[in-house]
Design a protein around this ligand. Structure first.
Ligand SMILES: NC(=O)c1ccc[n+]([C@@H]2O[C@H](COP(=O)([O-])OP(=O)(O)OC[C@H]3O[C@@H](n4cnc5c(N)ncnc54)[C@H](O)[C@@H]3O)[C@@H](O)[C@H]2O)c1
Length: 330
């Protein structure tokens, strides 16, 4: 059975469905003929907005509610075949400035979701999007799933706890879940107003505006990048692969790049200046240094491989945001 057939006519709930990843996933699921419900609280500083789902707005159900309150979840999980748990607080810096918000949005929300499934839909399959930040500063590269988890910010701790709520409910109650640890993901529909969703989005916006880009510590840090379409594909194959249930996996890319290299690719397509400056203190204390992950375990389980290289992803992103700058700049 191909991937589209696995979702055709099936009921799918996406938490955080108006955000960056949720909306790109929703568009693909509608193409596959799924009955899609999007749950989102539209917390203003996060990445959700209605424009994100404009291509499919008439073909999805939208529920605006906050998962920190369990009431709507108890109803929404019923009858779902698949639940993608994508709602979350993404910013590492914000998790240090407002740890209570991060705790509520990443942990309480997830606890409410798995509890609702245990009570009202234990047959569902779930996927949770975690982050490479759970590893903290890499002790060796590439980082495999066996690397110790030593988070260095509140967000990393809360995302790790949320992973384990999913995995505990899988093991203890048989509510099936898989966890993907995402790395730097970028592309259309990303929040690029601020640097809350990492440097990719804000660099793309500054490049399009022709404004100077500051590289902290010289920009020599190495990262791996995934274009959003590759991540959507990973979410779809992850949730439908039996072998993935009850396990966690890294995503990643075939090649790692320094931030300087990322910016140099942007400079091939936009005109702007670069400056190097020391890390501000609030960023230095949560900087993880170089990171790139080993995604071979997920690749072996599912056949997934990222297909869009960094430059192609950047070109597609620039094209999207050039067309829709009035929506994503404000
Ligand atoms: N984008 C990345 O590079 C990246 C990397 C690692 C992990 N992730 C994870 O992927 C998930 C999705 O990230 P994104 O980039 O799409 O972020 P996003 O901010 O664009 O989307 C998250 C959505 O969740 C919603 N939300 C947050 N709290 C909620 C709550 N309590 N109830 C209902 N809705 C709520 C927000 O309103 C927002 O629309 C997050 O869990 C994030 O931690 C993303």
């Amino acid at each position: 059975m191909n991937l589209a057939d696995k979702f055709h006519g099936r009921n799918v709930l996406i938490t955080g469905g108006l955000g960056f990843l949720g909306s790109n996933l929703a568009i693909k699921l509608v193409q596959y003929g799924a009955n899609v419900t999007l749950l989102d609280s539209l917390i203003p500083q996060f990445g959700g907005n209605y424009f994100n789902i404009s291509p499919v707005r008439q073909q999805v159900r939208i529920n605006i509610s906050d998962m920190r309150d369990p009431n709507s979840l108890d109803v929404l999980v019923q009858g779902q075949d698949y639940i993608f748990n994508l709602a979350g607080q993404v910013s590492h810096g914000d998790s240090m400035r407002d740890p209570q918000l991060d705790l509520g949005v990443n942990c309480v929300s997830t606890m409410n979701l798995v509890e609702a499934c245990r009570k009202f839909n234990p047959e569902v399959r779930m996927l949770y999007t975690s982050t490479r930040q759970v590893y903290g500063r890499p002790q060796s590269l590439p980082v495999t799933e066996d690397h110790p988890t030593v988070p260095i910010d509140v967000n990393g701790i809360n995302k790790l706890a949320a992973e384990y709520y999913h995995l505990l409910y899988h093991t203890t109650y048989g509510v099936r879940s898989t966890v993907l640890r995402l790395t730097n993901t970028f592309g259309p529909r990303q929040q690029i107003r601020s640097n809350r969703q990492g440097f990719c989005g804000i660099f793309i916006r500054l490049a399009l505006e022709g404004k100077k880009i500051s590289l902290f510590g010289g920009g020599t840090q190495v990262r791996d990048f995934n274009y959003v379409d590759d991540v959507v594909q990973a979410l779809l194959v992850g949730i439908t692969t039996d072998a993935c249930m009850g396990r966690f996996y890294n995503l990643g890319s075939h090649k790692a790049y320094s931030l300087v290299q990322f910016v140099e690719i942007l400079q091939k397509h936009c005109t702007f200046e670069i400056e190097s400056m020391p890390f501000p203190d609030d960023k230095r204390i949560i900087d993880i240094g170089d990171y790139y992950g080993d995604f071979s375990r997920f690749s072996t389980a599912t056949g997934w491989n990222p297909e869009i290289d960094l430059e192609e992803g950047i070109v597609r992103s620039l094209e999207f945001f050039r067309q829709h700058r009035e929506v994503y700049w404000k």
